[in-house]
Design a protein around this ligand. Structure first.
Ligand code: ADP
Ligand code: MG
Length: 728
């Protein structure tokens, strides 16, 4: 083992789990660092509290005077929690979170100072926006960008900083972040769903989209990570031979959590409690050193903020434990990747989950309405949904023989398939009373309680109905959930709007009864939506062929998948609903394509560097040892040496072949990169990186991994897979 590797492994083996103090009761710690209802009641005047509550519930504006009251109360609370600074906390299009800290501290002359935080500082800030990606938005308009307070996501104290969730927009109002379009989409789906709910219950005034994410991640000792330039720079290994033992034995999934990892999780969960992130579940995942963390679901905007915050907190807590958190979708070849299932549903202010089959016939028709409309929306916009989760890192899962495939389909289970089949056969026009009763009763009878327990599932499906919610499983582990959530809620909103028009037409135009009209429209939807329903194995080749026949898209790479984002129909969809105008949509496309290019470019440089500067020199050193050995054998055995040194000679030759292959492939890759860099057009550039540069990674890796097997372990400089994955 090389000295570098030896020390890294020794260091990580010698680490002890940190002692973690538990709260007596988690419920008491929950939200302690959040400016929530409890702390607002304590620190705000009654009228300030009312106006903030109204802003949260109805989206009303908060006036200047009230903002001053709120900011003062918020500051007092934050200082009591040890905060010295405040920041507008936002999610620029980099995918991570951004913050710029300012002190509350202000001088007032005569050597005196006070703690101050004004309403205007709470409501709006102007961060130096020039270094955030903007996809040309700010070039065409104005350079300035503003952050503006989002009262619907509560402020929190993290460390010694009061963090205020904000949107980030250009001077002209165009969104420069992920949150703004999400908030708009949530508003649209609220309106559309409320309108449809009124068919069933006139009292419904608000519908919230909910999100419960499940975050998967790898936990690797930080010294081991530091010994791997590929992980350090790209978040994943670019080479490394698979270990003799991988996940074949499936002995990690739900197994005992190793002590150090357990200490990390408890520490992380404690932090989450204080920050009001309602984490609930933790367990080992399929791969060695892979874990999952899931919260209780929340309103989608808050859940997205919480996930973004969590990803940040995960890294910070990991530092204390000398761990690195790998959020990349595919850190290790040949080992399971990580995703972030997005569990999604719609719930009313009257407490009804619209995707819960429920117990009474009437609420079942409501369930069927939302269930079938979601299916139809996903069918119509499957390609857009696929695009919403496209990224260089997620390409390693989607379309690469890994869960789930790049083809979007929906799994609903046997029971609901039967229900739909039945519904499809109802009479066109007016339903007989018997039919109606039968149908409704059947629907109730056919959905067994067990389904609610999520036992009926197909792990290969990218979009599955799991009892009382849909689970979008194709989202990447490192992704910001805002992107897929914006698309999903927008397409469902659009579908619900169209549905209402159709139903009203039957009611008003044809004088049909409401229930008959709804059944009629739903029946037609079922007929046309079958193409998206698939219950079989999503990884099989047969499915690829079948999906093609059905006309479903299968965009395996990001550049291909993203194209639909700037198609006429997508641009119109977002523009007409007011979620994003053309400029905003096009900017996002550009940013995501740029991001793709940059990531592949960095990976290409890193793999080129490691292959040439680490692997080849090591192989040459080993080859020299062999040559010396052969020369020695020659002096002993004379002409007979070839017989005795057969193995060594063969090794020398194999090593030469791999070195030669690596050198020529790396040169070729560098040339391809240079060519791509001359392209101004982003589509051409991304296609070049995708189809010319990236395919060389595997070839280079193949030769490097072969050398790893040939070269003396003592010389090999890079920490090996078995050491990365099995050192505990
Ligand atoms: P797993 O997929 O790991 O087996 P589950 O299917 O039980 O786990 O999913 C759990 C996740 O689903 C949790 O994050 C939970 O909060 C979320 N969830 C449950 N109900 C809803 C809902 N109505 N809306 C959104 N998310 C929900
Ligand atoms: Mg799940």
């Amino acid at each position: 083992m090389s000295t570098l590797r030896f020390h890294a492994i020794k260091e990580s083996l010698n680490r002890k789990p940190l002692e973690i103090k538990e709260f007596k009761r988690r419920s008491e710690a929950f939200g302690a660092n959040v400016f929530n209802q409890t702390s607002m009641r304590q620190y705000l005047t009654k009228s300030a509290l009312n106006s903030i509550t109204e802003a949260i519930e109805k989206g009303t504006k908060i006036d200047r005077v009230t903002a001053d009251h709120i900011s003062t109360g918020m500051k007092e609370w934050a200082v009591s929690k040890g905060a010295t600074h405040y920041t507008h906390w936002f999610q620029p299009l980099t995918g991570s979170t951004a913050e710029k800290h300012d002190a509350f501290f202000e001088t007032i002359g005569d050597g005196l100072s006070i703690e101050k935080f004004e309403g205007s500082q709470l409501v709006q800030q102007e961060p130096d926006a020039s270094s955030f990606p903007n996809g040309g938005i700010r070039n065409t308009f104005e350079a300035r960008g503003y952050t503006a307070w989002d009262p619907s996501s509560p402020a929190f104290v993290y460390g010694t900083t009061l963090c205020i969730p904000t949107v980030f927009v250009a001077y002209t109002g165009e969104a420069l972040d992920y949150k703004t379009p999400l908030l708009r989409a949530l508003q649209i789906v609220d309106n559309a769903a409320v309108a449809v709910c009124k068919y069933f219950d006139k009292n419904v005034k608000k519908v919230n989209a909910s999100l419960g994410w499940e975050q998967e991640y790898f936990l690797i000792d930080s010294t081991l990570v530091a010994s791997r330039p590929d992980i350090a720079l790209t978040g994943r290994t670019l080479l490394g031979h698979s270990p003799a033992k991988g996940q074949q034995l499936d002995d990690h999934y739900f197994g005992t959590i190793p002590n150090r990892a357990m200490a990390y999780m408890r520490d992380l969960e404690n932090e989450c409690m204080l920050l009001g992130i309602p984490v609930k579940t933790r367990h080992n995942e399929v791969a060695p050193n892979q874990f999952e963390l899931a919260p209780i679901f929340e309103e989608a905007n808050l859940a997205v903020d919480h996930n973004s915050l969590l990803m940040d907190v995960m890294q910070k807590v990991a530092e204390r434990h000398n761990f690195s958190v790998l959020l990349h979708e595919k850190p290790f070849a040949g080992v399971n990747g990580s995703g972030k299932h997005n569990n999604w549903s719609l719930g009313t202010d009257t407490g009804v989950n619209l995707l819960s089959p429920g117990k009474t016939p009437m609420s079942n028709l409501q369930f069927l309405t939302f269930f079938i409309n979601t299916i139809k929306a996903v069918l119509k916009y499957e390609e857009l949904l696929r695009a919403s989760i496209a990224s260089a890192s997620n390409d390693h899962r989607l379309g690469a023989n890994e869960a789930p495939p790049a083809i979007i389909s929906i799994f609903i289970g046997e029971q609901l398939t039967k229900v739909l089949e039945e519904l499809e056969t109802v009479t066109k026009g007016k339903l007989s009373p018997k039919e109606k009763t039968d149908l409704k009763l059947n629907v109730v009878g056919k959905i067994p309680e067990i389904l609610l327990d999520n036992t009926d599932r197909n792990r290969t499906s990218p979009f599955a109905f799991t009892g009382n919610k849909f689970e979008f499983r194709a989202v990447g582990s490192i992704a910001n959930c805002a992107n897929p959530m914006t698309v999903l809620n927008t397409i469902v909103a659009k579908q619900l709007i169209d549905f209402k028009v159709e139903v009203d037409k039957l009611i008003d135009g044809k004088g049909m009864k409401k229930d008959d009209a709804i059944f009629n429209v739903l029946r037609e939807y079922i007929k046309t939506s079958k193409t998206i329903l698939f219950e079989g194995n999503g990884y099989s080749e047969d499915w690829e062929k079948e999906a093609k026949k059905r006309g479903l898209s299968n965009n395996k790479t990001t550049p291909k998948a993203l194209k639909v984002k700037i198609s006429e129909s997508t641009l119109e969809l977002f523009e007409n609903l007011g979620v994003m105008n053309k400029v905003e949509s096009e900017a996002r496309y550009e940013i995501e394509m740029e991001d793709y290019v940059m990531r592949i470019q960095i990976e290409s440089r890193v793999i080129g560097d490691i292959a040439r500067n680490h692997v080849v020199p090591t192989a040459v050193r080993y080859q020299n040892i062999l040559i010396k050995n052969v020369t020695g054998l020659k002096t002993i055995y004379g002409d007979n040496f070839k017989e005795v040194a057969k193995e060594q000679l063969s090794l020398i030759e194999q090593i030469s072949k791999h070195i030669e292959a690596i050198n020529s492939l790396v040169t070729q890759m560098t040339e391809e990169r240079k060519t791509c860099n001359t392209y101004i057009d982003i589509d051409k550039k991304a296609d070049g990186y995708c189809n010319k540069v990236k395919p060389l990674f595997d070839k280079i890796r193949y030769n490097c991994d072969k050398l790893e097997l040939l070269v003396d372990d003592e010389l090999w400089p890079l920490t090996k897979y078995r050491e990365l994955l099995f050192t505990k």
